[in-house]
Design a binder for this molecule. Structure first.
Ligand code: HEC
Length: 136
């Protein structure tokens, strides 16, 4: 009887973990679709940046904005999650940036999903220290 209970308990724990992993992955998959549709053209495939030789972005020789890399090679992971959310929703910082605010295009869930996708592009050590640094 005890063994059966222990087994049931283990199965329950396994189901909870599996369910969380699937939920996490489906958020990333959803975010990837959002990214490909709305962000890829400027920030490059898998967030490599508009000019991968210059991941930090900035300006080109014509003084036009160059979209930075989002994949962990530039400084996106230095920003607080609230900043990332606001940047995408309301383009908070640079009002002259070509990046449009997405408040009329993406709902909050889609914005969180695209952030989850961007974070999935970061090296694991960066992602872990980011989550540690900004945990609520
Ligand atoms: C028309 C080009 C363009 C599009 C489309 C675009 N961006 Fe940007 N994005 C930029 C530029 C240029 C910057 C740098 C200037 C600034 O801060 O606005 C930037 C900055 C950012 C930053 C801040 C990065 C950092 O390291 O400081 C994030 C995060 C970001 N974009 C995410 C997104 C996401 C997510 C999408 C799609 C939903 C998107 N962008 C669509 C051009 C674009």
């Amino acid at each position: 009887m005890k063994a059966t209970q222990a087994l049931s308990f283990l199965i329950l724990i396994w189901l909870i973990i599996a369910n969380n992993c699937l939920a996490g992955n489906s958020e990333i998959t959803k975010g990837e679709k959002v990214y490909q549709e709305y962000c890829n053209d400027c920030h490059g495939i898998k967030g490599i940046g508009e000019d991968p030789k210059n991941p930090n972005g900035g300006f080109n020789s014509e003084n036009e904005f160059v979209a930075p890399a989002l994949n962990g090679t530039a400084h996106t992971w230095h920003h607080h999650p609230v900043f990332l959310f606001e940047q995408i929703k309301n383009r908070k910082v640079n009002k002259s940036s070509p990046m449009p605010p997405f408040s009329d295009i993406l709902n909050d869930e889609e914005i969180h999903a695209v952030i989850a996708y961007i974070k999935s592009l970061w090296p694991e050590n960066i992602r872990k220290s980011y989550d540690e640094r900004f945990k609520e």
